[in-house]
Design a protein around this ligand. Structure first.
Ligand SMILES: [Zn+2]
Length: 123
C-alpha cells in the first residue's frame, strides 16, 4: 500500500494534479457492529487506510486533496443524475436516458464532477 500510494503521489506530482476521494467515514464503526458483509466492509476500511496514506503524501508534495461525501457515487447517472440499476455484473444502467457504464467508472465520473465544486480538505 505504501508503494502504490507513493507511485500515485509521484505521478500526480508530475501532472501537477491533486486527488478527489470518496468520504468513507463511519466504516470502522460498522465493522465493529458485525455484519454478514464483513469482507466488503473490511475492504472499505482498507480503502480508508489507502486514502490516509495517499492524502499524507499528496499534502507533503503540496498537492490539493478533496473529499466528497455524497452517497451513491456509483449509482447516480452522470448524465441525468437519476438512479442507476445493476445491469450485468459491475455494469450499471439508467433506463430513462440509456447510459450504461461500469460502476467504478460511474463513481469516478461523479467524484470528478462533484469534486470540481467542493472545497479542499483541511485535515
Ligand atoms: Zn441518465
Amino acid at each position: 500500500m505504501h508503494k502504490l500510494t507513493a507511485r500515485i503521489a509521484r505521478e500526480l506530482k508530475e501532472m501537477k494534479c491533486g486527488a478527489i476521494l470518496e468520504e468513507l467515514k463511519g466504516v470502522k464503526r460498522r465493522i465493529l457492529s458485525g455484519s454478514r458483509n464483513v469482507n466488503r466492509k473490511l475492504s472499505k476500511w482498507n480503502a480508508r487506510t489507502f486514502q490516509f496514506m495517499l492524502e499524507y503524501k499528496l499534502k507533503w508534495l503540496g498537492l490539493p486533496v478533496k473529499y466528497i461525501n455524497q452517497a451513491n457515487s456509483s449509482k447516480t447517472c452522470p448524465l441525468c443524475s437519476g438512479s442507476m440499476a445493476s445491469y450485468d455484473g459491475s455494469i450499471m444502467k439508467r433506463e430513462e436516458c440509456g447510459f450504461v457504464m461500469d460502476r467504478d467508472v460511474v463513481a469516478v465520473l461523479n467524484l470528478q464532477m462533484w469534486g470540481s465544486v467542493a472545497p479542499e480538505s483541511s485535515r
